[in-house]
Design a protein around this ligand. Structure first.
Ligand code: ATP
Ligand code: MG
Length: 398
């Protein structure tokens, strides 16, 4: 910010970092806004990369930290036309302006506070500070219009409410149940980013409950949502709740987590239902699960695209649920050296906890691990490379 200022530009800290600092929270990252154009920013910083098409902005790397630096944006027209789709969604948005243009483009009042390094003042055009004090999340402008411009703001509303313990202002809350369907047009890659922020930030359980409550969950995990609606026993809700709770706890304890494990949990019931169908058509259990895994995953990635390593992990965890059942002879020793063994065992424990018919099996494995002094490493859901882990396991057994 000082480098920008010394070069004659304006520079403000903005967004989540200002909000979090005011709330006494540790900011996850820092966003800076300036009147320098992306190309001008690049001239000032060697460690700078310009990214984005819809929003062109600069990423400046300092060690392991990336500071997002964007240029003030001018208002956009709310009618269909240049840069908008017919339903009002913004697809291109690179018209530059000044701070008093930029502020209206931000989503929530609490995200639209600017900290000015020139005189250490806080610039508040939209009543963000009083909303922070009231612990209230309020969209700037007309909520319906703002959700139509960018439906992902509905997910952001839930995410910030959950993360900050804020309530949604009634006018911000009310349209969500009518506009949720707009999320259907959001590119699956963008929804993946939101999925990560919603579920890998320590508030997964609360996010899940609120997304279900507002009817948004169906747009992220359609098959899971349908299965939840039919879940009279509460088994599936229990499975998801426990997995989210564990994820949240692990994150507060600084233990590693991976979305692959959550994908396995989220799609478990849809996958099992499919596999049952295939089995009744004569496929073996292994083949049925393999085919059902393919089907469940290919349906899911239409909503949220995911890196292959996460879906692959889910496949392996599911496949191992069958293989764990056959534990005679040397098999268990081979199985524990499988790179996904620990995740699969944790998955089995999760199923046991919520009353799936695997009590004896889970206990058998627990006893086996204790008997063979195989340490309970915190390996659930880690993404570590296989060879190292295989080596570790072998050493643990002998
Ligand atoms: P986090 O703690 O998750 O980083 P954040 O508020 O910083 O929260 P970012 O996604 O990093 O969120 O975005 C930075 C800022 O850019 C926001 O605070 C907001 O002012 C603005 N912004 C981001 N996404 C949108 C959006 N979809 N619509 C309007 N403004 C947005
Ligand atoms: Mg941020």
């Amino acid at each position: 910010m000082y480098r920008l200022k010394n070069a004659g530009y304006k520079a403000y800290l903005v967004g989540g970092s200002v909000r979090d600092l005011l709330l006494g929270l540790k900011p996850k990252d820092f966003d800076v806004v300036t009147d320098a154009r992306p190309e001008q920013i690049r001239e000032l910083f060697r460690n700078c990369r310009l990214i984005g098409r819809r929003f062109r902005l600069a990423h400046i790397r300092f060690g392991r930290e990336i500071i997002e630096v964007s240029t003030f944006r001018a208002p956009h027209q709310t009618v269909a036309g240049e840069g908008h789709t017919e339903d009002g969604r913004i697809v291109r948005d690179n018209v530059y302006g000044d701070i008093d243009d930029d502020v209206w483009r931000r989503d929530f009042t609490v995200n639209a506070l600017f900290y000015n390094i020139e005189d250490f003042s806080l610039v508040d055009y939209v009543g963000g500070l009083s909303d922070i004090k009231a612990k209230q999340l309020r969209l700037i402008g007309d909520p319906v219009e703002r959700y139509r411009e960018d439906p992902v703001r509905m997910l952001r509303a839930v995410r910030f409410a959950v993360k900050l313990g804020f309530t949604l202002h009634p006018a911000t809350e009310q349209p969500i149940t009518e506009l949720d369907h707009l999320l259907q047009d959001i590119p699956p890659a963008r929804l993946f980013e939101e999925f990560m922020k919603l579920f890998m930030n320590g508030c997964a359980l609360a996010a899940y409950n609120q997304l279900r409550r507002y009817g948004l969950f169906v747009h992220l995990f359609p098959e899971t949502d349908q299965a939840l609606d039919k879940d009279n026993s509460g088994f599936m809700h229990g499975l998801l709740s426990n997995a989210f709770k564990n994820t949240d706890i692990r994150l507060t304890e600084d233990k590693p987590v991976t979305p692959g494990f959550l994908v396995a949990v989220l799609l478990w019931i849809p996958m099992v239902r499919l596999a049952e169908g295939y089995k009744s058509n004569g496929l073996s259990e292994m083949d049925a699960i393999s085919l059902a895994s393919d089907t469940a995953i290919s349906r899911q990635v239409k909503s949220i695209s995911m890196p292959r390593r996460f879906t692959q992990m889910a496949r392996e965890i599911w496949n191992l649920q069958t293989r764990l059942k056959h534990h005679h002879g040397n098999r268990p020793y081979r199985l524990v050296s499988h790179p996904r063994f620990r995740a699969a065992y944790d998955f089995l424990l999760l199923r046991k906890e919520v009353g799936d018919n695997v009590l004896d099996l889970a206990d058998w494995w627990t006893e086996f691990l204790v008997k063979n002094k195989i340490q309970d490493t915190d390996s659930i859901a880690t993404d570590r490379k296989a060879p190292r882990r295989r080596h570790q396991r072998k050493r643990n057994i002998t």
